[in-house]
Design a protein around this ligand. Structure first.
Ligand code: ADP
Ligand code: MG
Length: 373
């Protein structure tokens, strides 16, 4: 187990600054994920920690020991790659034993260690096969076993599941998580898949253009995004823009076209003028209106939310939920999700509905900087 400390790491390639002043501490035994869109610098950061790249500026410490000048093969990191990178001409056993042979481990010990990781990676019985006789998932398990067998202090994984089909990806992420917990090995995991990051990580660093925008647990970054980018990259969000027009003690009213939406006074308090707001599809609900009430009737009895009138523009059934696109005039189109739909209750395109947006579900952002207010 090991702690990793990154101090103001910058790395440039000709014409691109791939990493700009990244500082971060990763705790011993932590499952830490780098999440961000393609090209944001995830692989570059991982390879810099592994020692395959040398940073232009900044320092890397493992267990408080400066390792800037330690070559890759002496950093004691295990790496798992997206494309498996298993040796095609070697058997499973030989693939996994390779790193141990290089380190001149006696062959009786090699047998024991390989048998142990084979069991952990659910590959016992496959020792004699070559990679062409294995599925993608099994090949990636070989990659994982090969990285673990050298008992590294740090496990580095670069999108290890992205070449697998969807169902296997979901299974394997659970397995990787279980193995990591069992070994307690400090792990840095790279993905561009936000759901995978939420499921697998202790903490997530959301990256954009060579910079870490937010670090936190999955819960933190989903429920409390620091800026518009994090809010839109992690999960789905409805954004709207409007003008603040007064409000009650702990409320602000946001005027969007002719529509007024209520939100809590943001953390930063005294805000004025233009604001960008966000609300998650699962936080909006459809309101039954059996009594034929008007919007103002409904709003009068719903203190903790805003009721808006709209029309179903689209409905999509995905199994556990239905996603509706609701047009609310003023160029507002909101995605609303309802769980466990009943067939009789499916709402057709063109139907008029009321939707309910809880005051507490709205997050406010500065429309210029994108920072959370
Ligand atoms: P990610 O893994 O998040 O998709 P990368 O770390 O691969 O992103 O790339 C970050 C940026 O650095 C990109 O603009 C990419 O084109 C550039 N880059 C990465 N590796 C190299 C390289 N070896 N030579 C030149 N540019 C590179
Ligand atoms: Mg990459």
């Amino acid at each position: 187990m090991a702690t990793i400390r990154l101090e103001r790491i910058s790395k440039s390639f000709p014409g691109v600054e791939a990493l700009s002043g990244i500082s971060q501490q990763i705790e011993s035994g932590e499952f830490f994920t780098l999440l961000g869109p393609s090209g944001c610098g995830k692989t570059t950061l991982l390879r810099t920690i592994a020692g395959f790249y040398r940073q232009n500026e900044g320092h890397i410490y493992i267990d408080n020991k400066l390792i800037d000048n330690v070559p890759a093969y002496e950093r004691n990191t295990g790496m798992v790659f997206q494309n498996y990178a298993v040796f095609p001409h070697m058997t499973v056993f030989e693939n996994i034993a390779f790193g141990l042979k290089n380190r001149k481990v006696p062959s009786s010990e090699i047998k024991k260690k390989v048998a142990h990781v084979l069991e952990m990676a659910h590959l016992s019985g496959y020792e004699k096969r070559t990679p062409d006789q294995l599925s993608g998932g099994q090949q990636q398990r070989v990659g994982l076993a090969r990285a673990m067998v050298i008992e590294p202090n740090v496990l580095l994984m670069d999108e290890p599941l992205s070449n697998l089909d969807a169902k296997l990806r979901v299974e394997m992420r659970e397995e990787i998580r279980d193995i990591q917990r069992e070994l307690g090995i400090t792990t840095i995991y790279v993905t561009h898949d936000q759901e995978e990051a939420l499921v697998i990580s202790d903490r997530i660093a959301v990256m954009k253009a060579g910079v870490i925008r937010q670090v936190g647990t999955g819960w933190d970054i989903y429920k409390n995004p620091a800026d518009v980018f994090v809010s839109s990259f992690v999960g789905e969000t409805n954004f709207m823009e409007g003008d603040i027009k007064g409000g009650a003690a702990d409320r602000i009213n946001i005027l969007i076209g002719k529509q007024t939406i209520q939100a809590k006074v943001p953390k930063s308090g005294n805000i004025k003028g233009h604001v960008r707001i966000a609300v998650r599809p699962e936080d909006i609900s459809l309101v039954q209106n059996r009594k034929g009430s008007t919007v103002s009737d409904l709003n009068a009895v719903n203190e903790d939310s805003t009721i808006i009138e709209g029309k179903v523009e689209k409905n999509t059934f995905t199994g556990p939920l239905v996603r509706y696109l609701i047009g609310c005039g003023n160029d507002i189109h909101l995605i609303v999700e309802t769980h466990k739909p009943e067939q009789a209750a499916l709402i057709h395109v063109g139907t008029s509905v009321f939707i309910k947006i809880p005051v507490s579900a709205i997050l406010c952002f500065d429309p210029e900087t994108g920072q959370r207010l």
